[in-house]
Design a protein around this ligand. Structure first.
Ligand SMILES: C[S@@+](CC[C@H](N)C(=O)[O-])C[C@H]1O[C@@H](n2cnc3c(N)ncnc32)[C@H](O)[C@@H]1O
Length: 301
């Protein structure tokens, strides 16, 4: 499938500069972030159980590796449409899909909060850590619901909380200590916007979703492979994350001190296989209002 329509980008997320420094940093280190999120991706794919023939939209598809795995799962007749707000990531995802010869994957620059993707409505929506950055989460969830056929299914992964994700606690601590960043608001757009289960359930219900299920996943995320140093892991934790923008405008001295501090916090997790840090995630499933329910088999499109 070749892209035909560029869905509109109507508003930028209020936090995490995905259209700028964060997106560019993620694109430059895409291989490492895929390694970092590979186990969560495998769990989400298994949980979602895609079937051949389904038409899927991936929200915030990033560099597209996960989208290619879904495309393989729904082939030969199913399709995947990846939406992402970062032009740098969409360019990379398109290039890699073309190189891999993934013909049933289309990728568009779009703000999923407002976009009406060509071909809507779809049977399935999925996202690995791409739904926590919306400036207006209620509007975004309503828009996602509108992308689904009645009874269609939404599956996504979100970070469950900072306590269970010490890599994030470390990044936030050095941001406060060296860049003077304020403590984050619990529900502000960002990696932990949806870590409060009750709040997320209210949001989903308000948008019309039904049969909401939370499945906790606990494992490790990996910052670099065998032979990586704690300093390199610290660089990866910053490059495509919430500090990517602020650190660019900090002086060299501040940057070096921040990275040194973060490396010391990563050091306890250094193993022969890389820097492996405990992670806590929710796999969330919901059904669009209608006859079918999440967890039931969906009719192929
Ligand atoms: C943490 S990254 C995850 C990328 C990819 N899903 C993965 O697992 O590798 C978050 C992604 O969501 C995208 N994103 C953030 N806000 C978005 C929005 N409003 N609409 C579409 N994509 C968005 C970012 O550009 C980025 O690619």
């Amino acid at each position: 499938m070749t892209p035909t329509t560029e869905a509109p980008v109507a508003s930028a997320p209020a936090y995490s500069d995905w259209q700028g420094a964060t997106g560019e940093g993620w694109a430059a280190n895409a291989v490492h972030y895929e390694t970092m999120l590979a186990d969560v991706g495998a769990a989400l794919l298994d949980h979602a159980g895609f079937a051949p023939g389904e038409r899927v939209v991936e929200i915030g598809c990033g560099s597209g590796q996960f989208a290619r795995r879904i495309a393989a799962a729904v082939a030969p007749d199913g399709t995947v449409l990846g939406l992402d707000i970062s032009p740098a990531l969409v360019q990379l995802a398109r290039q890699e899909a073309a190189e891999a010869g993934t013909g049933n994957l289309q990728i568009l620059v779009a703000d999923a909060q407002t976009a009406v993707p060509p071909g809507a409505p779809f049977e399935r929506l999925v996202s690995r850590f791409g739904v926590m950055f919306f400036a207006d989460p209620a509007a975004a969830m309503a828009n996602l619901h509108a992308m689904l056929v009645p009874g269609g299914r939404l599956d996504f992964a979100v970070w469950a909380g900072i306590e269970g994700n010490p890599w994030a606690g470390a990044v936030m601590a050095v941001g406060r200590a060296h860049l003077g960043l304020p403590p984050r608001e619990p529900r502000a757009p960002g990696p932990f916007a949806f870590s409060d289960e009750a709040y997320l359930r209210t949001l989903l219900a308000g948008a019309g979703f039904q049969a909401v299920r939370f499945t906790p996943w606990q494992g490790k995320v990996q910052f670099g492979g065998p032979g990586v140093s704690a300093a390199e892991a610290a660089g990866l934790a910053v490059a495509g994350g919430t500090l990517a923008g602020p650190i660019q405008v900090a002086g060299e001295e501040v940057k070096a001190a921040l990275l040194g501090d973060l490396a010391a916090r990563m050091q306890p997790y250094l193993t022969d296989a890389g820097v492996l840090v405990p992670a806590s995630v929710y796999l969330v499933t919901a059904a669009g209002a209608g006859l079918a329910r999440a967890g039931t088999e969906l009719a192929p499109g």
